[in-house]
Design a protein around this ligand. Sequence first.
Ligand code: GLC
Length: 748
Amino acid sequence: MSRHTPRASELTLEQKAALLSGGGFWSSAEIAEAGIRAAVLTDGPHGVRRQMQGTDHLGQLHSEPATCFPLAVAVGSSWNTDVAARIGSALAVEARALGVDVLLGPGVNIKRSPLGGRNFEYFSEDPRLTGELAGAYVRALQAGGVGASLKHFAANDQETDRMVVSADVDERTLREVHLAAFERVISTANPETVMCSYNRINGVYASENHWLLTEVLREEWGYDGLVVSDWGAVRDRTVSLQAGLDLAMPGPGNTYTEDVLSAVRAGTLDEAIVDRSAQRVLDVASRQRQEHTEFDVDAHHALARELATECAVLLRNEHGVLPVAAGTSILVVGEFAVEPRFQGGGSSHVNATQVDQPLAWIEAHAVARGCEIRFERGFDSAREDESLVSTAAEAAQTAHLAIIFAGNPESEESEGFDRTRLELAPAQVRLIREVAAVAPRTVVVLANGGVVSLEGWHDDVDAILEGFLLGQGGGHAIADLLFGVASPSGRLAESIPMRREDTPSYLTFPGEQGHVRYGEGVMVGYRHYETVGVATRYPFGHGLEYSTFSSADLDVVVTGPDTATARVTVTNTGGVAGKHVVQLYVATDAGPVLRPARQLAAFTKVDLAAGESSRVTLELDRSAFAYWDIDLHRFAVAGGTYRVQLAEHSSSIVSEHVVALEGDVAMASLSLQSTVGEWAAHPVVGNLVSQVLATLLANAESTVQPNSESGELPEVIGLMPMIQLIGVSGGALNVDDLLLLANSDSPS
Ligand code: GLC
C-alpha cells in the first residue's frame, strides 16, 4: 500500500533541512514522524555494491554478493545499445532485491588519456558512443524501477588530484566533448539523479558551480531530477544548495543541516531553495518501485557471460590462428588464466556471485575438440620469478599454439589514482616475447581497464584478443571466442596509440599545480590522430570477426536544414554467422571553426547469418553536423557541404556521400575583431566593404592593391582585424551601420 508522502511545503524547516543531507552513508534521511522513508543510493555501475554493515566508498569493505557484469569499458567495445540495456535491466532486478532505490552509475566521463585511472568505468573517447550506450543503460535500469545517477558531472576525466584539480576547459570543448554525453543521456533517458563530481571546472567546484548545475543542467537542458554530490564532494553546504546541489552525501554526522538552518534564519539562504531541493529528495524517496526479493543468480551469470562475448575485440588474427582448430596442442600461460582479472578497484568493486576461470573453460572446450592442453603460470604479479618465464618458454617447444593471458593487475587500475605506464609490466612483455619466440603460433588474451601499448611484442604474436574487463562471466566468454563457440564482434571504443607521446593530452595530463588544461580542445582520441595524421597501432572502431562482411550502397537523403537519413546494405560474405558494426562519420569544413577530420555520427550493430544481407537505416540528427559557436553560445549547423562517410573504423573509409545542408547559421556573426577578409566575404556587406577598401588603397597609392581580376584582397589586408582598418580609414567606413546590416539576419 502506498503511503502518503507529504510535499516539502507541508514540512517544517528543520525537516526540510534534514532531507538535504544523507541520513546514512548510503541513504537519504528518514523522517518517520512525517512518513518519509530513507532512499538507498549505492554503487554501480556494473554490479550492485550493497553494504549492510561496514560502509566505504572505495570498495574495500564487504558488500552483498551480486553479479559483476561487463564493465563500461567492455560495453563501450560492444557498440551495442542492446548489451547496455540488458545489463541495465538485470541490474534493476538485483538492486531492488537488495533494497536499492538509486544505482550510482553510469559514468560518462571521456577518456582524454589512456592513463585515466577509471577508464574502465567509462565507455569511450567519443561522446556519441558514450551517450548512446549510457542512455540505453539508464532507460532500462529505470524501466526496472531503479533510478540512475549519471556521473561524474563534469570533466572528471582523471584521478590525479580529483578532489581539488581544476579542469580548465574552453567553452566549445566542454560543450562538444565533455558535456555532450551528459546532455545526450539527459535528453534521451532522463536519469533520476545526476552526480556532481569532486573537481573544479574552470576554477569553480562542480558542487558549487551554478553555471553547471543550474544554468546548463536545468535552465538550458531542462533537467528536473535530483543532483547528488559525489561522496564527500560538498564543501560549503549553503553555497552548494544555491548552486543547485540538492543532496549532500554521505550522511550522517556533518554540520550541513545546521548550516542550512542558520543560513535560512540569517536570511542568507532563501527558504524556497530549501523547499525545491527537499522536494526533489522526496520525489526520489517516495517513488513507487518494483519489489524483488531475490534474483536468479545463475541466469544473471549466464547473461553476464553471453554479453561479454559481444564486448571483446579481436585486434589481430594472422594465419587464421583463431578460432582454435580441433586437435591443436595448446599451452596456456599466465596467472590471469587461473586468477582472472575481470573488474577494477574502487567504489565499483563487486562481490561477484561466481567467477568463470578461463583455463577451466578452455580445458572444457579443448577436451571436446581433441586438443591436448597444458598450463604454465609464466608470471606472478605479486613477485618477480624469472624461472616462471623459462619454464613457460620450454613448455612452448612442444605445443602447436601458445595462449598467453596478460594485462594489468587490479593493483594498477583503480579509482583514486591514474596509471603511469602505458605498457604491460616488463615481466609480461618478456614472457610474451620468450614464449612467442619458441611457440609455432601465439595468441595473447588481454585483460586491462584502459588500453595498453602493444609495442615491443605485437609483431611477435599471431593473434591478440582484447578482453578489457569483462566481468564475472569473462573467463567463459573468452574460451567461447577462442574456440569459435561465439564469434568476436567488439570494436575499439578507445584508440590504441603507438606511443604515449602521440596521445593528444600527453602534454597536459594530469596537469600541474592544481590545474589540468584541456589543451587538445575537441581533438580527443581519434579526432586528434585522424586530423593530424598520427598513426595508431589500432584505431577507434577497429575490430576483426571470424566471418567477413561487406558494407555497400550508401545512400544519404537530407531530411531538413540540419538532419539526414542514411541507408547502407550490409552482407555477411563469410561462412559463419556474426555481428557487424556499421559506422558512419561526418567530415566537413563548414563553419568558422576547425573541425576534426571526422566525427562519429551514427552506428548500429547487425546480426547476420552466413550469406545474409540487410539494408539498415541510420538517422543523422542535428548533433551529427553541429559545432558549438562561441559567439552565439549555442550549437549551430553551418550551411555548407558535409561528407557522410561509411567506415570500417575511424581510419578506413569505405565510401562517402556528400550532402549540402542549409544549416541554421548562414554566416558567422561579424564583429570588429573579425578580419577584413571575413567582412569582405560576407554575403550582405562584403561588396560594400570591398569597394570602400579598393578606393582607400587606390587613393593612398598603396603598394598593395586588390587582385585586378578577382578583386581578392591581399592577405596582409585580409587578415587584419576590421577594428585596425577603421582606425586608418578616415571615417570612410561607418561600422555601426555595417554591424547592424551584417548581423541583422544572423540568428540571435
Ligand atoms: C566515489 C566515486 C563515485 C561513487 C561514490 C560512492 O568516490 O567517485 O563514483 O559512486 O564515491 O561510492
